[in-house]
Design a protein around this ligand. Sequence first.
Ligand SMILES: O=P(O)(O)OC[C@H]1O[C@H](OP(=O)(O)OP(=O)(O)O)[C@H](O)[C@@H]1O
Ligand SMILES: O=c1cc[nH]c(=O)[nH]1
Ligand SMILES: [Mg+2]
Length: 217
Amino acid sequence: MKIVNFSENNSELNRFVAELRDINIQGDRLRFRKNLERIGEIISYELSKDLHYSPKEIKTPLGIISINTSDDKLVLGTILRAGIPFHQGFLNYFDNAENAFVSAYRKYKDKLNFEIFIEYIASPRIDGKVLILTDPMLATGGSMELAYRALLTKGDPEHVHIASIIASQKAIEYVQEHFPSDKTTVWVGAIDPELDDHSYIVPGLGDAGDLAYGEKE
Ligand SMILES: O=P(O)(O)OC[C@H]1O[C@H](OP(=O)(O)OP(=O)(O)O)[C@H](O)[C@@H]1O
Ligand SMILES: O=c1cc[nH]c(=O)[nH]1
Ligand SMILES: [Mg+2]
């Protein structure tokens, strides 16, 4: 399974991730959402290099030129809520893509134990298409896997790209075990070493959904 970790190279993406993490900056919700979105744009661009291309003849006012453009049918699938601004970054580039939305939430039995519930799914057929699953946080990997399984009820994708901003090392191992290795690619802004007792990523950034949209009751 190909895993691309953007933190291994120097780029502006790292500054956007630093701003998401920084306790003195992340409280600005507009900036937080904007950083999720622009990281989505950068990952889209890098991911686009792995798509299939063929030449198309483009007629300009003065002549004809052949340009390689992608032939893949893309479905951008995201997990509510924190996925929304990140998803928008992908949609800014892949503007012809179809879109899928899945809800996933942690229902805590007590302070430390929770189950993940999927209650909402809106998706096109995904047979033979390139499925790009976006969620900024990959903590245990449970939400991503359940969202994927929910989307498999809509068909069998040709390839799956998992895009996250911060993943735990444990989630990377979980994805390697639970997704088909021959047709899955993982794109992450950074991989953090630990999960705390509540399965939050450490050092991570906190609760991405709450930082983007405000705390839940
Ligand atoms: O890998 P996991 O252990 O499943 O955790 C990651 C999930 O947690 C976050 O969502 P959250 O449940 O906080 O929902 P929210 O976006 O509505 O805040 C995040 O956006 C993922 O969906
Ligand atoms: O670290 C984490 C884990 C789950 N959800 C988040 O938003 N952050
Ligand atoms: Mg949350």
